[in-house]
Structures are given as structure tokens and as C-alpha cells.
Design a protein around this ligand. Structure first.
Ligand code: SF4
Ligand code: SF4
Ligand code: SF4
Length: 403
């Protein structure tokens, strides 16, 4: 009997899927099971498009197509929560299973608290995440450091802290991610994970129903099994059914394996805290004075609305910011009103999940995710963690707090 808060080793009973998917193809097989048994109407996930740097969303109701979603794409920086909230408004009754990274699971939880989605109809199948890589700098890194044509790369993976690529001829090149970020990156060539990912402390998707990954897979199980943690009763139930129906094979991990998994998580959290300390003053405790530090950054804004459009938390149908004068027409001449960012802050900051989408799209390279993360840490002081705590939103409590 599968139970909540327990960890299991799982692999597919289907040898073809087991070879196709990573870590024994357990996640791919679970999705197949959910579709074939009609527990869900569709699966929303990502798949490779033109190359490994190009991830696109896929919605399928066909269990035979689920193989297209197998494997991970670390340069795929989509935010599936935005896609869900943008396109699935019209199908509120559709039951979906969605693969989510931890920040996406948190975003979906925030959106459900804002009555934007109904989590009763959404199964969140989470994957552990140590970070994603921005496509263009990663292509440059592959060509400059590995001295390989980026177009010849057919696969990439992260294993034991190394970013590894495989060329068409089967040759492998790899580099330690710490070395890439600490020693090789310089002002003009910043390599490694996206900056929000470096600061991210959520590596295990505890807000999802289940969390899949390879941390803690040891010995004879290495490469052939996923290590899966159960976070909800619903997650336990579907896993139990998929095992009893013969789709998944289960083993019990050793105590040592579970401890190693926890140690990997703790070391990732410590690394993230180090990056937070490097990127900003984590003790600066006044939201308005934090905003003042970034005054010059905000002045670069051309009010293109890119950040608002990309942000999964910014979901108003009618955005009040559209009513303001079209300052972008005079770009470079009239800096947009600081109210643009202040108003956006009021709308989203207490729910910001550090997903980095706003910063990724900003044409003026304003470090938006860093700014909102720094402010968000102040909100955390009210014992409120976006995407993790199901309670009333708290921004105004911040201003009411005792000095
Ligand atoms: S913000 Fe965190 S969870 Fe999201 S992609 Fe980056 S490391 Fe993964
Ligand atoms: S403000 Fe930026 S980092 Fe925060 S949720 Fe929105 S897009 Fe993600
Ligand atoms: S994406 Fe950048 S330039 Fe565009 S509105 Fe947002 S902050 Fe301003």
C-alpha cells in the first residue's frame, strides 16, 4: 500500500518506455496509465521541438503519444502554469495531469488560491529541479567551452552536479556546474543556470501530488529507477492503482538512500542561500528601501508589458496598467511611471514564486526576478511562503507589522 510522505523506487514495467524515459521511465508510464484508465482527460507536459534548446508545450489525450514527453529538457524554460491559466479557462471541467517543476507547482497553488484554477481537476506530477539553463548562453557555452557545434548536440543531462551533452556521434562532454558558474563565467559570458534558479530553494516539488527524480537512487537501481516521494493522499492513490494494475514496478529504497536524497536537497538549499547572499543584501528589511536601490534599473523600463504578459501570477483579464498613456511610443524619452512596477508589485509580489519568466523576457535586462525575490523574502518573514502555504494573502500585513 502506497502512503503519503513515503519515498519509493519506481520503474516502468514496459521495457520500451523504460529505455525511452529517464530513470526507468516511471513518470512517462504513470502518465500513460492515467490516460488509459481515464483518470484524466489529458496530459499537459513539454516536449522537444527543433532541438534540445527548444521546449514546447504538448497537450495530449492519446496514451500512444505520451512517449514524446519522455526525458528532461534543462534548457526548456517554459512555465506550464501560465499556459494552463491562459488557455484552459474555457475547459474548467477538463481533468488534467501536468508535469511541473517546483516553481510551477507553487504557482498553480497560488493561482488556485486566487480562484483562477480548480486544483480538484489537476494532478500535479512534480519533478525535482536543480535549475534550468538559458538557451542562448548555453549554446554559446557549448561552442566556446566544449568546442562542439551546438547543432550537433542530440541530448543533455545533469548528473552528479555535471552538465553533460551528447553529440550525434555518441561522444560526451561534461562540466561541473559549480565550476561553470564560479570559475568560468565572467561579466561578458555568464554561463550556467538561470539566476533565479541559482537562488531557488525549492528543489523538491512538495506542493505537487508526487515528486519524481533520481536523487537517492543508489547501487543496482542507478539509472533504472526513479525515486518518488508522495505528497498527497491523491498522489498515493494513483500510484497505488498504477502499481496494482501492473504499469509500475515498485521497490523500497534503503534508509541510506532516503538520507542521501535529503542530503542532496539540503546542499542545494545551502547553495541557493549562498547565491541569495551574493545577489543581494538578504537582511535589508524594508520593501520601499529595496525598491529605491533598483531605481536606476526601473528607469530603463520601456513599458513593453513583456514582464506582465509572461508572469503566471499576473492574470487580470483587464489590466489597469493598460489605461496609462502609451509611454513605450516615446521609448528612451519618457521613463514609465514607477507606478507601473508598484502596481504590479501589489498585484503579484506576495504570490511570486521566483519562476524567472519576467526577467527572461525583459528586453532591457532589468533583474526583475532578483528584485521581486528580495522583496518576497520580506513577505516570508510573516511566515508566508508563496505556493506552499494555503492561507490568506498577506501583503498588507507586512505594512502592519510592529517595527
Ligand atoms: S526556479 Fe527553482 S523550481 Fe523553478 S526552474 Fe528554477 S530551480 Fe527549478
Ligand atoms: S514576478 Fe516574475 S518571478 Fe515572480 S511569478 Fe511573476 S514572472 Fe515569476
Ligand atoms: S519587460 Fe522590462 S522593459 Fe518591458 S515592461 Fe517589464 S520591466 Fe519594463
Amino acid at each position: 500500500m502506497i502512503e503519503k510522505n513515503q519515498v519509493y523506487y519506481l520503474r516502468s514495467s514496459d521495457e520500451k518506455i523504460s529505455e525511452l524515459g529517464e530513470c526507468g521511465g516511471a513518470l512517462t508510464t504513470l502518465m500513460k496509465f492515467l490516460l488509459e484508465t481515464k483518470i484524466v482527460d489529458g496530459v499537459l507536459s513539454v516536449k522537444k521541438s527543433n532541438d534540445i534548446y527548444d521546449a514546447v508545450p504538448i497537450l495530449t489525450c492519446d496514451a500512444n503519444k505520451i512517449g514524446e514527453t519522455a526525458g528532461s529538457l534543462h534548457c526548456g524554460t517554459l512555465n506550464i502554469a501560465k499556459i494552463l491559466v491562459k488557455y484552459f479557462d474555457e475547459f474548467p471541467e477538463m481533468k488534467l495531469a501536468i508535469t511541473v517543476k517546483p516553481c510551477e507547482a507553487e504557482t498553480l497553488l497560488e493561482l488556485s488560491m486566487r480562484d483562477k484554477i480548480n486544483l480538484d481537476n489537476i494532478l500535479m506530477i512534480g519533478v525535482n529541479c536543480g535549475g534550468t539553463f538559458p538557451p542562448v548562453p548555453t549554446i554559446n557555452m557549448i561552442e566556446n567551452i566544449f568546442e562542439v557545434n551546438a547543432d550537433d548536440i542530440i541530448n543533455e543531462e545533469i548528473d552528479k552536479g555535471k552538465f553533460i551533452v551528447e553529440s550525434e556521434d555518441g561522444s560526451l562532454k561534461g562540466i561541473n556546474i559549480d565550476q561553470l558558474e564560479e570559475e568560468i563565467s565572467c561579466e561578458n559570458n555568464i554561463y550556467g543556470r538561470r539566476s533565479n534558479c541559482r537562488r531557488c530553494e525549492m528543489n523538491i516539488p512538495t506542493s505537487a501530488d508526487l515528486g519524481f527524480g533520481n536523487w537517492g537512487v543508489l547501487g543496482e537501481y542507478t539509472g533504472g529507477y526513479s525515486c518518488v516521494e508522495v505528497f498527497s493522499e491523491r498522489g498515493a492513490e494513483i500510484l497505488d492503482k498504477s502499481i496494482k494494475s501492473g504499469f509500475l514496478l515498485v521497490e523500497e529504497p534503503s534508509k541510506e538512500a532516503v538520507e542521501i536524497r535529503q542530503k542532496v536537497d539540503i546542499s542545494m538549499v545551502n547553495l541557493a542561500k549562498n547565491w541569495q547572499n551574493r545577489d543581494f543584501d538578504v537582511n535589508k528589511n524594508d520593501i520601499l528601501s529595496i525598491l529605491t536601490i533598483y531605481d536606476d534599473e526601473f528607469k530603463k523600463c520601456i513599458k513593453c508589458f513583456g514582464c506582465r504578459n509572461a508572469c503566471p501570477i499576473c492574470y487580470c483579464q483587464e489590466c489597469t496598467l493598460e489605461d496609462s498613456a502609451p509611454e513605450w511610443v516615446d521609448k528612451g524619452k519618457i521613463p514609465p511611471s514607477p507606478l507601473f512596477h508598484l502596481e504590479r508589485l501589489i498585484h503579484m509580489v506576495e504570490s511570486c514564486t521566483n519562476c524567472g519568466q519576467c526577467e527572461d523576457v525583459c528586453p532591457m535586462d532589468i533583474p526583475l526576478a532578483k528584485i521581486w525575490h528580495q522583496i518576497n523574502l520580506r513577505i516570508n518573514e510573516l511566515k508566508y511562503s508563496p505556493g506552499m502555504d494555503k492561507k490568506e494573502l498577506v501583503l498588507f500585513d507586512y505594512f502592519k507589522r510592529p517595527e
